[in-house]
Every structure is written in structure tokens, then in C-alpha cells.
Design a protein around this ligand. Sequence first.
Ligand SMILES: Cc1cn([C@H]2C[C@H](O)[C@@H](COP(=O)(O)OP(=O)(O)O[C@H]3O[C@@H](C)C(=O)[C@@H](O)[C@H]3O)O2)c(=O)[nH]c1=O
Length: 192
Amino acid sequence: MEFHPTAIPDVVIIEPKRHGDARGLFAETFRQDRFDAVVGRTVFVQDNHSISAAAGTIRGLHFQRPPAAQGKLVRCTKGRILDVAVDIRAGSPTFGRHVAVELSADNWRQLWLPAGFAHGFCTLEADCEVVYKTTDYYSAADDAGLAFDDPDLAIDWPVAAADAVLSEKDRRQPAFADLGLVFDVVPAPETL
Ligand SMILES: Cc1cn([C@H]2C[C@H](O)[C@@H](COP(=O)(O)OP(=O)(O)O[C@H]3O[C@@H](C)C(=O)[C@@H](O)[C@H]3O)O2)c(=O)[nH]c1=O
């Protein structure tokens, strides 16, 4: 299992080691000890599984407000997706910037995004399945989002906004400029 920091170092790509043999393949897809050593102590409490029928389906951008904020460990077990994590931590040097990574059933990559990021993905083919672990429970009352096509975020989605398959909720998400102070970056103790 390899851990690779991205352009936003708190967002990490994880690549499980795949052991192929005549029967097929074996891989460890999650190890608490390796994860904690790289990312810091993390407890996951919920597993989610979504199926999107059409290519060009966009889910996002979503996050939960504190105190129900969620870190997410995302993978794609069928098909291919472009997975996107947007830094929405005020005070972060990468505030408003994003990482976009292709996750697929073929590449076995996972993306870790901590609390303080908005998350979304676009399916790159039909019948995509996405499985992800979260560090807090779903809370409808704390559910929040941002417009996936906000020009301020400049995300290069692989489908035109007008052609994307969206939920009703995601057609009317608010602008990034109206986010307000939801998350803050706590300075490291040595900088105080
Ligand atoms: C996310 C979630 C939804 N639901 C319900 C609410 C609703 O009736 C139905 C579908 O919910 P949504 O439309 O929000 O599903 P979806 O658009 O797939 O939302 C997900 O998008 C990705 C990008 C994420 O990062 C997730 O955290 C989550 O926000 O499922 C739960 O019961 N538990 C959950 O954890």
C-alpha cells in the first residue's frame, strides 16, 4: 500500500498493492495502522456505496458542516470517475483550490480527503459504483454544498455543465463566494 500526497498535501492518493495469481487478485484495501501512520489517527464510522447509471453524472460538491464534518476515503469499484476535493478551509494556503484524480476499478486508487474539503465526482462511463468510508455519520441537518460549476473554483469537469446528470439539490447549490467561515485551519502549536 503506497501513500502519495497530492498538490494539496492533506489530500492523499492511496494505492493498494495488488497480488495477482492464476485465480485472480488479492489486495488489502484499508489498513488502520498504515492509515494512522501517514494521515494521523482516524476513525471511520460509516461506509457508503453509490451507483450512477449514466456517464457524465456529477454528484457534488458536498460537505457536512461542523460538528458533523466528515473526512472521506473514496474508491471506485466499478467503472471510472473523476474525483474532486476542494479545500474550503479558510486560512489554508490552498483555500479554494482543488485536486482532481481519476479513480477506477482498474487503477484501484483511493482518495483521502479530510474534513474541511468539499467533495464531488463525475462518472467517466456508465454504471459506476463508488464506495467510501466517512469519519462521521450522515447528518441531513448539517448537509451542505457548493455549485460544482462555480467559475471561481475552475474545475475542469469532463462533461459540459448543461449536459451533466445532476440531482435537483445539486442544480441549486450556492456559490463558493457565499460560503462564509465554515472551516478554519488551526495553526500548528509551534506557530502560535
Ligand atoms: C450521503 C447520504 C445520503 N443519504 C440519503 C439522503 C437522500 O435521500 C439519498 C441521496 O442523498 P444525496 O442526494 O445527498 O446523495 P449523493 O448526491 O450521492 O451525496 C453524496 O455525494 C458525494 C459526492 C459525497 O461526498 C457524499 O458525502 C454524499 O454527499 O440518500 C443517507 O441516508 N445517508 C447518507 O450518508
